[in-house]
Write a protein that binds this ligand. Structure first.
Ligand code: NAD
Length: 438
């Protein structure tokens, strides 16, 4: 089957590459000439483990190409996927559909034969119907169907998530479109995964409900962690004990500095907005958004305490700035709230991140980027672990403590323990949801 993928960001590129690995003929399209030039030179514009290898294999097999030319890419395609960005619209929290609607119109104007126009981007309920109207208006004689196929992959584990999904969700209006979508995902049937076929609105809603639920779970455990600190409980033990209950499950129960990334912040805001528009306020989601902001602020207070009440003139070394490990994505990362507060209050901030510098440089003015945690810690007053990259999980704490002017650590991912830190020579150690003794 021939497939066109419009948008080659984190989702479009991974989806296009994986579809070609299923054996389909895929053309990935983007508007950004730099991205397409890089891809045509065999380079991956984002950091995603394993992606380059699968991409190279399929380019070599002649199944995968990259292009700026949308009309040529969609000619003869049975399915055209829209995987462009849907960021938060400035000012009101709505998902910005400008890119989606522009792509839909471009597809409509170039399309000739029957095709399924599939939305992979996360879009508010009702958008696929609007896409149908936009396409019909731009090309009234075109025979086509729309389908909603939200994506659930996680950055950093995207290939595995795409190849072995918990489920694939497809929203359609016709049997013919359902058949095309089933054919696309048929290679996965070997692994007996479930495909959930729904109407358009349910598919769109599943994505927002799932993301808001996960954001709620993270925020819930972060709030419990704050209480643990006051009452002397240990959040690691609490999470473990809770997560062993099958009704709860052990995923998304790790306390940290607040959720971030390209999806949870914007999708929770968009869901809250949808609720307001329909006079059914999403009160839980609204509170989650608020509490998550407070959790990030609470991290700044934690660091301030460790710095003796002022950041002015302090040298602070930050390990990790991406919103999670194994990605270079900086969108809405907690570091973007925490680090500017430190810089603004007069701290000298050094930053180490295995992949974050390329994106982070423009977003974090006034920091010094370094490669090596030990060099960065030299003569610093505080060490902060913000992202749990593997590189930061087995640090030589003794060596770090020796290098620091005042050995203090804020471990915002609970990698180490107060005992480890004390033994290594740290004077102070703070983590999340644990008292200074644990
Ligand atoms: P992204 O910003 O990384 O990529 C979007 C790409 O689309 C860019 O390369 C841009 O140049 C291109 N583009 C925009 N308009 C275009 C047009 N008319 N023609 C061709 N190319 C065009 O975005 P992303 O992170 O891949 O997210 C895409 C969608 O998938 C969003 O709706 C997001 O919510 C959703 N999603 C993302 C993730 C994730 O982990 N990133 C996971 C699930 C769902």
């Amino acid at each position: 089957m021939k497939i066109a993928m419009i948008g080659t960001g984190y989702v479009g590129l991974v989806s296009g590459v994986c579809f070609s690995d299923f054996g389909h003929e895929v053309v990935c399209v983007d508007k950004d000439p730099k991205k397409i030039a890089l891809l045509n030179a065999g380079k991956v514009p984002i950091y995603e483990p394993g992606l380059e290898e699968v991409m190279a294999r399929n380019v070599a097999a002649g199944r995968l190409t990259f292009s700026l030319d949308l009309p040529a890419a969609i000619a003869g395609a049975e399915a055209v996927f829209i995987a462009v960005g849907t960021p938060t619209r400035r000012g009101d929290g709505h998902a910005d559909l400008t890119y989606v609607m522009a792509a839909a119109e471009e597809i409509a104007l170039a399309a000739k034969d029957y095709m399924v126009i599939v939305t992979k981007s996360t879009v508010p309920v009702g958008t696929n119907r609007k896409i149908k109207q936009v396409v019909s208006k731009a090309n009234p004689t075109l025979d086509f169907a729309v389908a909603s196929n939200p994506e659930f992959l996680r950055e950093g584990a995207a290939i595995d998530d795409f190849m072995k999904p918990d489920r694939v969700v497809v929203g359609v209006q016709t049997d013919r479109a359902a058949e095309v979508m089933s054919d696309i995902y048929r290679p996965l049937y070997l692994r007996d995964f479930p495909i959930v076929i729904t109407d358009l609105e349910s598919a769109e809603m599943i994505k927002y409900a799932a993301n808001a639920f996960l954001a709620t779970k993270i925020t819930f455990i972060n709030e419990i962690a704050a209480l643990c600190e006051k009452v002397g409980a240990d959040i690691k033990q609490v999470s473990k004990g809770m997560g062993m209950d099958n009704r709860i499950g052990n995923k998304f129960l790790h306390a940290g500095p607040g959720y971030g990334g390209s999806c949870f912040p914007k999708d929770t805001k968009a869901l809250a907005r949808m609720g307001q528009d329909h006079a059914i306020p999403m009160q839980i989601t609204e509170i989650v958004i608020k509490v998550n902001e407070e959790i990030k602020r609470r991290m700044i207070d934690k660091l301030l305490d460790l710095c003796g009440g002022t950041f002015n003139g302090k040298t602070i070394t930050i390990l990790g700035v991406t919103f999670k490990p194994n990605t270079d994505d900086m969108r809405d990362a907690p570091s973007l709230t925490i680090i500017p507060a430190l810089v603004g209050a007069g701290a000298k901030v050094r930053v180490v991140d295995p992949q974050g510098q390329h994106e982070g440089e423009a977003l974090l003015p006034g920091v010094v980027w370094m490669d090596d945690p030990y060099k960065a810690a030299n003569k610093s007053d505080l060490l902060v672990i913000l992202t749990e990259w593997n590189e930061f999980r087995a640090l030589d704490l003794k060596r770090l403590a020796k290098k620091m002017a005042s050995p203090r650590m804020a471990d915002l991912r609970n990698i180490y323990s107060a005992r480890d830190a004390r033994r290594a020579g740290f004077d102070a150690y703070e983590s999340i949801g644990r008292t200074a003794q644990t």
